[in-house]
Write a protein that binds this ligand. Structure first.
Ligand code: PQQ
Length: 254
C-alpha cells in the first residue's frame, strides 16, 4: 500500500505533524514487521539460516559508508558534512580493527564464514545487491533533503535491535554477546544520527511538496530493507530456492 499523498492544496504540515507522518510510515512499513525477522528473533531459524542473514546483511553494512560519502560529496553545508562524516567513522573506524564493519565481520567470523568470502559478496543474493545499490543511487541522485530523509529508518532501529539482541542471545547457542557487539554500539549511534536527520528534515522540508518527498523517501528506504528480507525468506525459508551462484551451506569453502 502506498502512502496517502498530502492533498496538493493543503497547507504545509507543522514540524510535529511531519514527524508524526514519518513515524506513521515506520509503523506500517519498517522491517521489524517482516516475517523473517520474527523467525530470526524468535529462535526459529537454524544456524545456516542465520548465517545466510549475516552474510547478506554484510552487503548493507559495506555500502552504508559509500552512500554516506555520496551525500557528503554533494553538500556545501559544513555542519551537515561534519555530522555525516561521523557516520563514516562509525562504520569504517579510524584504524584497522575498529568500526562497525569490523564488528559485523566478528559476527560472520563467529558463524564460521571466511572473511574473504563474506567481503567478496560473491555469495550474496542478487536481490540483496540490487536493493543496496538502489539505496546508494537514491542518495546520489535525489535531492539532498530526500537523501537525508532516507536515513530516517534509523528512528525505528533501536526497538528492533533491542528485540534482536535479546531474542538471539536467548534462543541461539551459537550466538554470544561478543558476536553481537555490533548492535550494542548502534544503540547509541542510531538515536544520535536519527535525531540529527529528523531535525534537518523538519527545518528544510517546509513546502507541502518537500514534505511529501521526504515521506516518500522514507517509504522507499523501508522498501530497501523489506526487499532484502523477502529475498532471504524465499531463498532460505520457503520455498528455499537459492538463486544460481548465491550461498548455500558449504559454498563458502569452495
Ligand atoms: O539492525 C537494523 O535493523 C538496522 C536498521 C537500519 C535502518 O533502519 O536503516 C540501519 C542499521 N541497522 C544499521 O546498523 C546501520 O548502520 C544503519 C545505517 C543506516 C542508514 O540508512 O544510513 N541505516 C541503518
Amino acid at each position: 500500500m502506498s502512502n496517502p499523498s498530502l492533498p496538493t492544496d493543503a497547507p504545509p504540515l507543522s514540524g510535529s505533524e511531519l514527524e508524526e507522518a514519518l513515524r506513521a510510515v515506520g509503523a506500517r512499513r519498517y522491517h521489524n514487521l517482516h516475517p523473517f525477522h520474527r523467525l530470526l528473533h524468535g529462535g526459529e531459524l537454524d544456524r545456516d539460516q542465520v548465517r545466510a542473514w549475516a552474510l547478506n546483511r554484510y552487503c548493507y553494512q559495506a555500502m552504508i559508508p559509500i552512500k554516506d560519502a555520496g551525500l557528503i560529496a554533494r553538500t556545501d553545508d559544513r555542519e551537515l558534512r561534519r555530522a555525516w562524516l561521523q557516520r563514516i567513522v562509525d562504520h569504517d573506524g579510524k584504524q584497522d580493527g575498529e568500526g562497525g564493519i569490523e564488528r559485523w565481520l566478528r559476527l560472520t567470523d563467529g558463524l564460521d564464514l571466511p572473511r574473504a568470502y563474506v567481503m567478496s559478496m560473491r555469495g550474496a543474493l542478487p536481490a540483496t545487491r540490487f536493493a543496496v545499490a538502489a539505496y546508494v543511487h537514491f542518495v546520489r541522485e535525489r535531492s539532498l533533503l530526500e537523501a537525508v530523509a532516507s536515513s530516517l529508518t534509523e528512528l525505528f532501529s533501536p526497538g528492533i535491535i533491542s528485540e534482536r539482541v535479546a531474542g538471539m542471545l536467548a534462543n541461539y547457542s551459537f550466538i554470544s554477546t561478543e558476536t553481537l557487539s555490533y548492535f550494542e554500539t548502534r544503540l547509541s549511534q542510531a538515536p544520535r544520527d536519527a535525531d540529527f536527520a529528523l531535525d534537518y528534515v523538519k527545518r528544510h522540508a517546509v513546502t507541502r511538496s518537500q514534505q511529501q518527498a521526504v515521506i516518500d523517501a522514507l517509504s522507499f528506504k523501508c522498501d530497501v530493507l523489506w526487499a532484502q528480507l523477502d529475498a532471504l525468506y524465499f531463498s532460505y525459508v520457503e520455498p528455499r530456492f537459492v538463486p544460481p551462484g548465491a550461498w548455500s551451506p558449504g559454498a563458502e569453502q569452495a
